[in-house]
Design a protein around this ligand. Sequence first.
Ligand SMILES: [Zn+2]
Length: 137
Amino acid sequence: MTFPNREPLKGFSKGVKIAAKARATVKGVLTCEGCDQPIPPGTHRVDHKIARGLYGSGLLENAQVLGPCCWAEKDAADNLVVKRCKRIEAKHHGFAPPKRVTIQSRGFSPPREKGSPCAPTSKTIPRRNGQSSGKPG
Ligand SMILES: [Zn+2]
């Protein structure tokens, strides 16, 4: 997918990573550019200030060296923003996600055919022996 007037998504080149690490090294100690804390060896990341997903460039100006103190939070926040922006951009270009079909119930069964209202019920109840018919007399 290419967009006009935008650089293709690129990671950092080795040269940019080396330059960013050199910039973040203070007195021989690699420090986090987010919080200025020393970074434990082997745990740093060269991170995009403007995320790649938001068309941040692969140039040194967009690079920052972060330790685990900062990149975990930044990653989570960036991912949310990137997802939202991708959805908005897709919608803008007419690629909205399909509308979800709601699940419907089967509905009521069709009405049964009714007999005439004067017809006897299915079963006639026999009268009990020795009792009056209910009429006074
Ligand atoms: Zn940090």
